[in-house]
Design a protein around this ligand. Structure first.
Ligand code: GLC
Length: 459
């Protein structure tokens, strides 16, 4: 059997397990904090080129070499957009000028509006899988609540008692945070460059009241709020301001209290694009050091590596990202580090992590099936969609990365077929992914991958 056939069997095996043995309704996952509405704008080459010409091509392209980290003018927006296309990277920058947001909306009209924010996307997705989901998000308007799956519940504290209520009964604000997502396809041409992959640039808004913290009134009730919860996923710390030590120490204290109240609960931090190194340092110091697991894409892995290790991997080879991931796990005392890249997913899992390496491997495969199903339709997939995926398009580049890693590091025999290698204190787990040529959407893909890889370990 060739290597690819081994992976077809591995993937089919996971589909069988999901079909025959998995009881998602027996799992309870808590998700917090960032939820918003995303308006999705699919860019056309013509439209963008025209807007850049109107703003002055020379100036925009020269600014795009090192674009501003705040958006105050249309030029700031266009140079960031050009940079995102040139580097094919995911990028998110805050815009506080409503005129620029209104201008961008007029020049690039939206194609659709849907739930955004990592916690919002993960809550809806896990709920669609049939998992019991409890979501806490600080700003919940009627409009926002109406976009959640009907089974997504929110904690409520009434008369000193904790209960969970459907999202629509937990509305606490009439403000809605809206982000504008500008998506471009692989091969999108701009000037002399073309994007190496489909990706997006996010023009983010930052209304007040979205701080990634629980209300103080919840603190004495954490044992009740987290009762029966198997796993928690926290995200949204990128919206904090640098130097907001008071918020960060409150967040760290909350996590410590939750762990004390529910010692068996496993907590995952989902990373995000962070526009300043200072903020990343705080997220790592206060949040990452207090959780069990983190998930990130290759851009975020570089961000984290440069903060924690003082150096970042130059390329995206499995070897480089594995070395960075293992060093990050050690420095931050994490039991699990998950990095996803186009052709492969990788996990570094400490031997103390209470899940077998085979299960971790299977959940990475589950995540790849979910991502493929999502890429194909643009919608959040159900268990049925995931199980009926035809196994084709396993990444050759991903398989080559596994082979190269085995050769270069002298890994155990069988690694290329099983994706698992015992590295002493930890397991290295890597799988080639299934690639879908022209994804309908890219935003939220990381959230689908990370949440299914983490929650899928209960499969
Ligand atoms: C960030 C963005 C949000 C988007 C999400 C996707 O949270 O702020 O708009 O939906 O990323 O991962």
């Amino acid at each position: 059997m060739g290597i690819k056939e081994h992976w077809v069997v591995n993937y089919r095996n996971v589909q069988d397990i999901v079909r025959t043995r998995w009881k998602p309704e027996a799992e309870k996952v808590f998700v917090a904090f960032n939820a918003n509405i995303d308006t999705v704008h699919r860019l056309s080459e013509k439209n963008l080129a025209r807007a850049i010409r109107a703003a002055g091509e020379k100036e925009i392209f020269s600014k795009a070499k090192s674009p501003p980290e705040k958006i105050e003018t249309a030029g700031d927006f266009l140079s960031n957009m050009a940079y995102a296309i040139k580097t094919s990277g995911a990028r998110e920058i805050v815009c506080k000028n409503p005129d620029v947001a209104a201008w961008a909306e007029k020049v690039f009209p939206p194609n659709e509006a849907r739930v955004g924010g990592q916690a919002g996307i993960m809550a809806n997705f896990l709920s669609r899988l049939g998992i019991e989901v409890v979501l806490y998000t600080p700003l919940l308007s009627k409009k926002q609540a109406s976009l959640f799956e009907k089974d997504v519940m929110c904690p409520a504290l009434r008369g000193g008692k904790v209960s969970v209520v459907p999202a629509k009964n937990a509305v606490n604000s009439d403000m809605t945070k809206t982000n504008r997502i500008f998506e471009f396809k692989e091969g999108f041409r701009l000037g002399s460059s073309a994007s190496g992959r489909a990706n997006r640039f996010i023009l983010a808004s930052r209304p007040k009241g979205t701080e990634p913290l629980f209300p103080s009134s919840f603190e004495p009730h954490f044992a009740d709020i987290f009762k029966g919860v198997d796993r928690a996923i926290f995200s949204g710390y990128q919206s904090e301001k640098v130097g907001h030590k008071r918020h960060f120490s409150k967040a760290a204290r909350e996590i410590k209290k939750i762990r004390k109240a529910q010692p068996n609960l496993l907590i995952h931090l989902e990373e995000a694009f962070v526009s300043s190194a200072g903020l990343e340092e705080e997220i790592l110091e206060y949040i990452a050091k207090n959780v069990h697991s983190i998930g990130m894409n290759e851009v975020e892995a570089r961000q984290v590596a440069s903060c924690v290790l003082g150096r970042a991997p130059k390329g995206n080879s499995l070897e480089e990202l594995y070395i960075a991931g293992a060093a990050i796990a050690k420095k931050l005392d994490l039991l699990r580090v998950h990095i996803h890249y186009l052709g492969y997913y990788l996990a570094v899992v400490d031997k103390k992590y209470p899940v077998s390496p085979e299960r971790v491997r299977n959940s990475l495969l589950f995540a790849s099936l979910a991502a493929e199903a999502r890429a194909e339709t643009g919608a959040l997939p159900s268990v049925g969609d995931i199980c009926s995926e035809k196994i084709r398009g396993i990444s050759d580049a991903g398989i080559r990365e596994l082979e190269k890693l085995r050769e270069n590091m002298g890994l155990c025999r069988g690694f290329v077929e099983s994706g698992i290698c015992d590295m002493g204190g930890h397991y290295l787990i890597a799988v080639p992914t299934i690639l879908f040529g022209r994804p309908k959407t890219t935003v939220g893909m990381g959230d689908v991958i990370s949440s299914s890889a983490f929650a899928g370990e209960l499969l």
